[in-house]
Every structure is written in C-alpha cells, then in structure tokens.
Design a protein around this ligand. Structure first.
Ligand SMILES: Nc1ncnc2c1ncn2[C@@H]1O[C@H](COP(=O)(O)OP(=O)(O)OP(=O)(O)O)[C@@H](O)[C@H]1O
Length: 313
C-alpha cells in the first residue's frame, strides 16, 4: 500500500471520528504530495466526506492529526484555512447574486486585493468557459456552470491544497472537460488536490487512489498498481441479455465476480485459459448462443469491486 507521498502537502495520521454508534472514520492514514491528484473512492457512507470535512477544519476529529502545508488543522484552523480550499457537495453559491458578485464575495472573505482579484478571476473564468457570463445570476446557471463557478470561487485565493467532494456529479461532459483542464493546470503549479468521486473515469485520471470502505482505507495506490493487484483474470461477454447472463454466471466454478458494464458482462475468473472453454460451453447450452467472450483489461470499477469483495457497489 502506497499511502505516503514524498513531498507532502497533506498529512493525515490515525484519523478517527464517530457519530454515536457509527464509526465513520477509523484510523485513516495517508499523505498527498504537491502536484498530486489524490482520489477518494468507495461506496456511499464509507467515510470520504467525513475525512474531507475534518481536513477542511469544519469538523473536529475524535483522534488523529491533520497537517495542511505543514499547519496543524486542529491546533491552528485559521492558518490552515488560508492554505486550503474546500468545495463540498453543495457549494455555497448565492443564487440571487451574479457570477461576478459571488466571486467578489469569496475574494473579500479571503482578503484578496482588488487588482489581484480581477486578474485571477479573469484567468479562472476564461479557463472555466464562463467569461462573458459575469452578470448572469448564479441561480440561472446550468448545473455544470454552477459547479465551475464553485471551483472559480474556491480558487480565488490560490490555495496550496484543494479539497473537492464529488465536484462533477451531474455535470455535462463539456463542463467536466473544462473542470479537469483546470485541475491539470493546478497540478502543474504544485497544488495538492484531494477529490472524492463516484465516476470511475475520473478515478482513472488520479495520481493515486484511496479505496475507502466502512471508515477505513482498504487499499491505496496508483490506478495501474491497483489494477495489477486485482486477483484473477477478466473476461468480457457481449450479449443482448446482460442481466440474465449475470444471474446465470454468479457462483459458477472458477467465477470470482460478475459485473454489469452496459451491454457487457465482466466476469472475473481464476484462470482464463481453463474457464473460457467452459464458459463457451455453458453459453451454448443456455439461451446465450449469440454471446461472445473476449479478454478485457480491467477498469478501476472492476478492481474496486474485486478488492472490496463485491461490497463496493
Ligand atoms: N453529521 C453526521 N451525523 C451522524 N452520522 C453521520 C454524519 N456525517 C456522516 N455520518 C455517517 O458517517 C458515515 C460516513 O459518512 P460519509 O458521508 O463520510 O461517507 P461518504 O463515503 O462520503 O459517502 P457519500 O458519498 O454518501 O457522502 C455514514 O454512515 C454516515 O451516515
């Protein structure tokens, strides 16, 4: 497990948080390097948001230490907040203010001088594809534009650490592309980015991923190394009846896991050479004579489900 970064901007040690009987975060350890995009993935309720809220200094941990750019978040939250920016799932935009007014509000909050604010907001609005819309009310923006405005506001004070909680959920592909272009630029300039995401294509783009489950990080590594760690081999079966096929395959000898991927069924088997002819026979004798078996490269979703023992979805 590679949970330690060489030049860390974020360090988290033995982080723990309970809500009554719910152990939301237990003993979480990781660090994020400057210029890294660190992905937090895992099922709903796994502890990703709670971890981010503690890092942002808006939730007090029960135990553990959090350092942002060397500053202790618990001991000195005000100093830490100047170094980071947190974009929660519902970012606080003022819907009855315009784009320009929202940016002005966040710039004032962080005491950004006017000249710097104007220059920075111009750069960010250009990058976000929002230039020309400055006078539009935030409440009248599309979902994707709102998320990009949230990012612009979060970046107005040039943070060293950016915390993003599912920032592109419900965002159209074009806006997501703008969003990622901004993230790549930030990475180039050495910003450490932590991002919780439910999109596996986004997870693939992260430098490293932490797989959360039941309040713990179960695995932490680069997407490539996580894929290499996936037990078994992957086959893809193309069929007109993927759901029916999934039900037939589950629990068959040598089948370690079955995952629906659109019109394909991803089947993880212990031994591809042995199981492919067996599966071919099975398909031919059941109502799946038209189905085709191919070898497949695992995606992060396959890895995720395999490593979390099928409890990941
Ligand atoms: N303020 C709270 N009070 C009580 N329980 C909470 C609170 N915040 C989170 N929890 C619980 O802590 C656990 C972890 O939640 P958390 O929101 O961190 O998960 P998550 O991985 O971010 O999932 P999601 O993607 O659904 O937000 C869940 O069981 C959740 O119900």
């Amino acid at each position: 497990m590679s949970a330690i970064a060489s030049d860390p901007a974020v360090q988290v040690h033995a982080l723990t948080k309970r809500f009554g009987a719910v152990h939301a975060v237990r003993g979480v350890e990781f660090s994020v390097g400057k210029g890294e995009i660190f992905g937090l993935v895992g099922p709903d309720g796994a502890g990703k948001t709670t971890t981010m809220r503690m890092l942002a200094g808006v939730l007090h941990p029960d135990a553990g230490a959090l350092l942002v750019d060397g500053v202790d978040v618990v001991q000195d939250p005000e100093a830490a907040k100047l170094r980071l920016s947190y974009m929660p799932q519902r970012f606080g935009l003022y819907e009855d203010l315009t784009i320009a007014e929202n940016i002005y509000f966040y710039a004032e909050l962080f005491g950004i001088p006017r000249k710097q604010r104007l220059q920075r907001s111009k750069e960010l609005l250009d990058a976000a594809g929002l230039a020309g819309f400055e006078r539009r009310l935030a409440g009248q923006l599309s979902g994707g534009m709102k998320q990009k405005l949230g990012l612009v506001c979060a970046l107005i004070h040039t943070p060293r650490v950016l915390l993003l909680d599912e920032p592109t959920t419900g965002v159209d592909p074009v806006s997501r592309r703008d969003f990622w272009a901004i993230l790549y630029n930030l990475r180039e300039s050495g910003v450490a980015i932590l991002m919780a995401t439910a999109y596996m294509d986004e997870a693939e783009r992260c430098s490293r991923l932490a797989l959360f489950h039941e309040g713990e990080i179960r695995y932490c590594d680069t997407p490539a190394r996580l894929k290499a760690a996936m037990p078994g081999a992957l086959l893809a079966i193309v069929t007109a009846q993927p759901r029916a096929l999934r039900d037939v395959l589950a629990g068959k000898p040598g089948v370690l896991g079955v995952l629906l991927m659109g019109d394909r069924v991803h089947v993880r088997v212990d031994d591809a050479a042995q199981r492919t002819p067996e599966l071919q026979l099975l398909l031919a004798t059941r109502e799946f004579a038209e189905a085709r078996i191919e070898t497949a490269d695992p995606g992060i979703e396959d890895v995720f489900v395999a490593l979390l023992g099928g409890q990941g979805k």
